[in-house]
Structures are given as C-alpha cells and as structure tokens.
Design a protein around this ligand. Structure first.
Ligand code: PAZ
Length: 311
C-alpha cells in the first residue's frame, strides 16, 4: 500500500501552489503553537469537502467527476468553529462554502440568532437580529484569520498532495487534531504517466479506458503522518443493505476512530456513526441540518479520546 502511495506521489504532476500551501499551513500551526505554549491548546479539525475530479488528458479537456456539492463539509466547518476548533478547510474550488449567511442562507448563524431573538418582543427582535448579524459579519474576518485556513483543490492529484502536506504537519498537534473526511474522493484514476497528452480523439468510435485504483491514504495517515490524530471517515453507498457492513470494515481496515455511514438519498436527514464500541443513529429532527448533531457527537467522542490519554 505504501509503495503504491509513493508511486502515486512520485508520478503526480507537481502541485503548482506547493510553497504557498506549506507556508500557510506552517503559519496556521505557528499560531496554534503560540496559543498552546500559554496553555490555550485549541483543537484543530481538518475538514475535507467536495468531490475530486479525475483528468482524462494532461492538457485536460475532459474529467470524471462526482456528485458531491460540498455542503456537508461547509456546514460542519461552521459547527467546528462554533465549538471553538481551529479549522483547516480543504475544499473543492467553487463548491459550497460556509457562512452562506452572507448570501441570506445561514445555517448555524441563523439558527443561533433566531433562537436568541425568540426571547424578545417582535420590534426588539428585528433590531437585535440586524445588529448581531452585522456584528457577526464584521468580526468574522478577524476571527477567521486566526481560526480558519482554506485550501482549494479540483483534481485528485491536487487533493492528495495537499492532504499529505497537511497530514504530516499535524503530527505535533497529536490527539487535538481531528481529520473529518467528508470529501468524495475518486476511487479510480488515470495515472499521470499513462495519460494522453492531447485531447482524446473520437475518430475510432467507441473507446476503452483502463483506470487504476487510487491508493488509500488513510493507512498512511494513521501510521506515519499523524498517528495520534482522531480520524473520522465517511462511507457513502446507494445500497442500504451493504452500508453498515462496509462502514464497519473500513473502521477496522484503516484504523479509524469513527466512520460515518450515509446513504445517498437520505444523507441530509440521517447518518450512522460507527465506532468500535457503539453505533449511533443520528437524525436531523428539529435541528437546522444533520451536521449539527453529527459534529456535536464527534466533538464528544474526541473529548473521550483525549480523556483516555490522561487516564
Ligand atoms: O458534499 P455533499 O454534502 O453533497 O455530500 C457529502 C458526502 C455524501 C460526499 C459525504 O457525506 C460522504 O459520504 N463522503 C465520502 C464518500 C465516499 O467516498 O464514500
């Protein structure tokens, strides 16, 4: 497995923004280290979000893509920030972004304000809503500079190379790091060294293409990059009959601390958090979205994980 991963990285087209990514991850960690040095150790969530594309040609005209909108990762990022985590948000370019409140479509902020405002009379409610929301928007820039780092990918090659940089950088964060793999990562790809340079021609009619399996990086993360980090992966299926079986299998296979099982049709209303000891069914119920109970559940699991170390 490690050899396959190594040959993936060796043959991948070099990440154009590599130096910028490394520098911004280091700056972000410096702030974390400075806070830790004065006893304010904050947890860091690495949230991956959106789908990776698989290019079919080097001078790329066509790609294989997938359905992921990035809304799970975006909403979860809001909840991690609200739970006082610092967040590295590794997201697909142009996928859903958090704080959609700015566009009049809030999840967390709106829910919070509505709840707060419900305690006041109607006239006060409007004033309070407007003031608090503009205050929030004013402050968010400053808050985000220290607590949030956004990194963008489009292709599978970019995604895995950035993940390697971030993964390895998280080693010193130990159990305070949580990897939350909500991105839909391609299972198959065209290796760079066997990829056509130019646009694939259609003159010969039908076409057959051989795709290689994408090496699994979760094992590398657990073994080498950040062995102490709390790791949560997601398992999506369309066949409910195999969903839990597959989730349990990836829990053991990759040494995850939790696997979130979700089915395509119901994923916005129901998920099952599979851990070694318990399986928890979470439903949206009266919450603004399913990510609220999900993030709360995982934050609590990481707290238990941190306590185990102290015991
Ligand atoms: O991005 P989105 O909100 O549309 O969907 C989220 C999701 C279904 C991609 C995510 O919950 C997930 O299951 N990711 C892992 C998919 C997989 O590779 O099995």
């Amino acid at each position: 497995m490690e050899q396959e991963a190594q040959s993936f990285f060796d043959s991948a087209p070099p990440l154009r923004c590599r130096d910028d990514v490394v520098a911004s991850v280091n700056r972000f960690l410096d702030i974390w280290k400075a806070a830790s040095a004065i006893g304010q150790t904050r947890r860091i969530a690495i949230v991956t979000s959106g789908g990776t594309t698989v290019p079919l040609e080097r001078r790329c005209v066509r790609v294989i893509d997938n359905f992921s909108s990035g809304s799970r990762g975006a909403a979860s990022t809001e909840y991690f920030l609200a739970s006082d985590y610092a967040v590295i948000f590794l997201h697909r370019r142009q996928a859903a972004l958090f704080f959609s409140f700015a566009n009049g479509d809030a999840t967390f902020v709106k829910y919070f304000l509505e709840d707060l405002c419900s305690h006041f009379a109607a006239r006060c409610r409007i004033i309070l809503y407007k003031n608090v929301s503009s205050l929030w928007m004013d402050q968010s820039g400053a808050v985000l500079q220290k607590k949030l780092l956004k990194l963008e990918f489009t292709t599978l090659f970019e995604y895995l190379q950035i993940l390697e940089i971030v993964g390895a950088a998280m080693k010193p964060v130990g159990r305070h790091a949580m990897f939350y793999f909500a991105a839909a990562v391609s299972d198959f790809y065209v290796p760079w060294n066997s990829m056509m340079e130019h646009k694939i021609q259609s003159d010969d009619g039908s076409m057959t293409m051989q795709l290689a399996p994408v090496p699994k990086m979760l094992g590398l993360l657990r073994k080498h990059w950040a062995p102490e980090a709390f790791c949560v992966s997601f398992k999506l299926e369309t066949d409910v009959d195999i969903l839990l079986k597959k989730a349990r299998s990836s829990l053991c296979k990759y040494g995850m601390h939790a696997v979130v099982a979700n089915e395509l049709e119901t994923r916005k209303n129901k998920v099952v958090v599979v851990t070694r000891k318990v399986e928890m069914v979470l439903e949206k119920g009266d919450c603004p979205d399913i990510e609220l109970p999900l993030v709360n559940c995982l934050v609590a699991r990481q707290t238990m994980y941190l306590q185990q170390q102290q015991a």
